[in-house]
Design a protein around this ligand. Sequence first.
Ligand SMILES: *Cc1c(COP(=O)(O)O)cnc(C)c1O
Length: 381
Amino acid sequence: MRSIQAETERSWIELNIENLKHNVKILTEAMPPECKLMAVVKAQAYGHGACKISTILNKMEIKAFAVATIEEGIQLRKNGIRGEILILGYTNIKRASDLEKFDLIQTLIDFEYAKALNSQNFAVKAHIKIDTGMHRLGFSCKEVLEVKKVFDMKYLNICGIYTHLCCTDSLMPDDIAFTRKQIDNFYRLIEDLKNGKVNIPKVHIQSSYGLLNYPDLTCNYIRVGIALYGVLSSPDDDTNLKLDLRPVLSLKSRVVSIRQVNKGDSVGYGRDFVAERDSRIAIIPIGYGDGFPRNLSNGNGRILVNGHIVPIAGRICMDQLSIDITDVQGVSTGDIATLIGAEEYDDLSASAVAYRSGSISNELLCRMGARLPVITKSDVI
Ligand SMILES: *Cc1c(COP(=O)(O)O)cnc(C)c1O
């Protein structure tokens, strides 16, 4: 383990665990009493570090997790995560022995897949996915007979059935009507199964926006991803439930060099930034190689330094970027620069930064972390 001082000498991700705990609490309170939070920790828990986050959640009695791949699931098990781990995506059927060995739950993505997985002769836990209109993965909601057959497959232990909604973040009438239709399609299938004497396993439908905009559904789980990390996907999203979610992640770096440039001098690749006055430029050792989007170049992105928000000057490089600190007094090398997550500045929320880069916070967050150390806030000196 490197020391915290070493971890924070260049650029780092800082986690506020108190905020994570707070989010768990208010999300749980917003859910119907019989419904449990399934923590979605795919893609390194949206860049926060899957093992770290899951370990904390396990201690908070969260016992259901969702990942995208079998390797993500195995990594959690190897780090001692207990409870259910559902793989939301495709797994090659040749991995059936690993599914059994690591006690992972596999999503059945269609009937062919279910038959093939069953034929591997390993006892595998599974959730059946139903396609109610997203047309990505799942059995068609009209395939009642096929779904029924899966419950009788010898090697598959069906412990859940679920669907995924595709426009719950929108409050436009058309999108609400579409969502209601998806929900109706799903429950119609469940009714048909009940009538066919199938014992209905655990049921789940919503993800974060499903909870925020359709909190009245009563299921066994809600698969919460982005909201757990305390941010919305886009800064202007309106939601029916307005929860006091608090951001878990901050992205920080340090000023490593300060230089004077004269009026007319350029900074960086392509000479995109040309000083309109004598200027001071600070160099920050973080770039798109760390996951910070390159299209925040040329003033598109802003960074907090010494209590002031300043523009990015010129193009963001792979490993560093420049900011214009001409208007800020007292900046020294070693000062902390905040790129994402300073709670008192809406402009630096993950959703606002993502929006400026033409994306959503989900993508922005999960792209980070390959090179950045992740530390917890209380460790910072
Ligand atoms: C990623 C994912 C989620 C979590 O979505 P959020 O919007 O981040 O809450 C839920 N369900 C499925 C099937 C997913 O792929």
